[in-house]
Write a protein that binds this ligand. Structure first.
Ligand SMILES: Cc1cc2nc3c(=O)[nH]c(=O)nc-3n(C[C@H](O)[C@H](O)[C@H](O)COP(=O)(O)OP(=O)(O)OC[C@H]3O[C@@H](n4cnc5c(N)ncnc54)[C@H](O)[C@@H]3O)c2cc1C
Length: 470
């Protein structure tokens, strides 16, 4: 690795300190003068354009410990990066130290105990690939390139959540490097306060280096996307909300406004048409067609194609619409009950969805999510029925200001009818109050635990929970 390009004498680490740091690492350390710097400073959301001081591609836990100590001693804010999908771009930071875990991809599956231990650089695609070989799975995100780490630490949900709970509910333990450089295990038995906090509290408490998850016998699943004419949106949405509140847990369905992608399985005549739809995934492949029948019989759908599929294929089915390097602007909220004014707001703004990559999704957060008490983990919304997300996504930055206005106006129309807070992993940089609101009654305890594990708020490049005052 070449010279880092950091001027000697500038604030922050000097060349000698950087050289000593580099020699302590197994993985590469990348600075502004390196050819690798430009691609390495980029994250998934192309709107984010930050210039970190240094980027450390960690090879192992020892590298992570060196990084945390170096960041603390040199006063560089650490930006922790797993899958790099943070939409506000917290995996890169001006003048910070990026702790990039993306190459730490070890996975060990124990099929007898139905447990998987995964390192913090794994994506859900890596995870599902490894566990599917044993006919096992656990709830994970809907896009296979999203990181296991960031998604789990914020709570996490996916197609298996109604049946098996939030992603963090299936965490058995995690190894964490804390702000003072200590390596600790967090579980129900060890450092139970830390374990409570990392199940929803994000990257506030340390760098997680590996996670241990519970697995379930899920291999083939049933999947069925159904499309309806866009003007049926209000009726379809209302039916969906009532239906998914009661549906058996093995079924998970979400509602969408969308522009039909120009690709199979959709017929050419529908390509580029704005429609609404419901996508269902049933973890019992035999029962799926029957359980999704009411959605098919809700007036004649324009298109529906139900079939069994391997779980990892379903987990990757939207990947083509969400490649790295698009421009993203999102807003979201939790929802207790979808009322008439909210349905009217959806009817007004949903059909204005601007691009084929953009998302207007309404996901269920019920079933097994509600089996856990609101104060049992940091993730607090155990009584919400739904969460909606409005995301403008574009390859071209030029129209983004206009698309952003669509997201904001849509969100402002819906927000008064929401539960008030959001899922932290769907927040952009929206301010301290919004973060506190999203943690509800758990925020004060999170701040106390933050004070214990990170009293100086070293880990602040995140949806930040400041340490409680003395
Ligand atoms: C296309 C797309 C699809 C998504 N789908 C879903 C979904 O289906 N379900 C869902 O629940 N969420 C979903 N999300 C949101 C997702 O959970 C968050 O974006 C999450 O932060 C991504 O984690 P990451 O590791 O990929 O991101 P990163 O940007 O690498 O990390 C995000 C943040 O998490 C923290 N972090 C990451 N790794 C560690 C670590 N090892 N130790 C400590 N802190 C860490 C840091 O604060 C970091 O800034 C999606 C996001 C995108 C962009």
């Amino acid at each position: 690795m070449g010279n880092t390009g950091v001027a000697t004498g500038a604030a922050g680490p000097d060349e000698r300190a950087i050289a000593a740091f580099r020699s302590a690492l197994r993985g590469p350390l990348i600075g502004p003068a390196d050819a690798a710097y430009d691609p390495a400073r980029r994250v998934y959301n192309a709107m984010i354009d930050r210039r970190p001081r240094l980027i450390a591609r960690c090879a192992d836990v020892a590298d992570v410990i060196h990084c945390v100590n170096f960041a603390r001693e040199e006063g560089l804010p650490p930006a922790i990066r797993g899958g790099s999908h943070s939409v506000p771009g917290f995996g890169t930071w001006d003048n910070g130290l990026v702790i990039d875990l993306g190459t730490m991809k070890g996975i060990h599956v124990d099929p007898a105990r139905r447990v998987a231990r995964v390192q913090a650089g794994c994506t859900w695609g890596d995870f599902d690939h490894a566990t599917h070989a044993f006919g096992l799975a656990t709830p994970g995100g809907l896009i296979s390139t999203t990181g296991v780490a960031g998604l789990t630490l914020g709570g996490g949900f996916g197609h298996l959540t109604r049946r098996y709970g939030m992603v963090c509910d299936n965490l058995i333990s995690a190894d964490v490097v804390t702000a003072d450089g200590r390596f600790v295990t967090a579980s129900e038995k060890e450092n139970a306060d830390l374990f409570w906090a990392i199940r929803g509290g994000g990257g506030n408490f340390g760098v997680a280096t590996s996670f241990e998850f519970r697995l379930y016998p899920v291999s083939m699943v049933y999947v069925e996307p159904i499309l309806y004419p866009v003007e049926r949106g209000p009726a379809v949405l209302k039916f969906f909300a009532d239906f998914i509140a009661q549906a058996p847990r093995e079924l998970s369905s979400f509602f969408a406004y969308l522009i039909v992608p120009p690709a199979p399985p959709f017929p050419e005549g529908l390509h580029g048409t704005t429609m609404c739809g419901i996508v269902s995934v049933c973890s019992d492949p035999e029962a799926g067609a029957n359980l999704a029948r009411p959605l098919r019989e809700l007036g004649p759908p324009v298109f529906s194609i139900g079939h069994p599929a391997p779980y990892p294929a379903v987990q990757a089915m939207f990947d083509g619409l969400m490649p790295h390097g698009l421009h993203h602007y999102w807003k979201a909220d939790m929802v207790n009950r979808l009322n008439e004014p909210a349905i009217a707001a959806h009817a007004q703004y949903g059909p204005q969805i601007p691009t084929v990559n953009s998302v207007m999704h309404v996901y269920p957060l019920n079933g097994a999510v509600h089996d856990v008490a609101a104060d049992a983990t940091a993730f607090a919304y155990r009584d919400a029925q739904l969460t909606h997300i409005i995301g403008a996504v574009s390859g071209d930055p030029a129209p983004m200001p206009r698309y952003r206005e669509w997201v904001r106006a849509y969100w402002e129309a819906l927000h008064p009818h929401s539960a008030g807070g959001s899922y932290v992993n769907f927040l952009m940089e929206e301010g301290n109050e919004r973060i506190a609101t999203s943690y509800r009654g758990n925020f004060a305890r999170l701040a106390q635990i933050k004070r214990k594990y990170d009293p100086d708020n070293l880990f602040r490049v995140n949806q930040n929970i400041p340490p409680a005052a003395d």
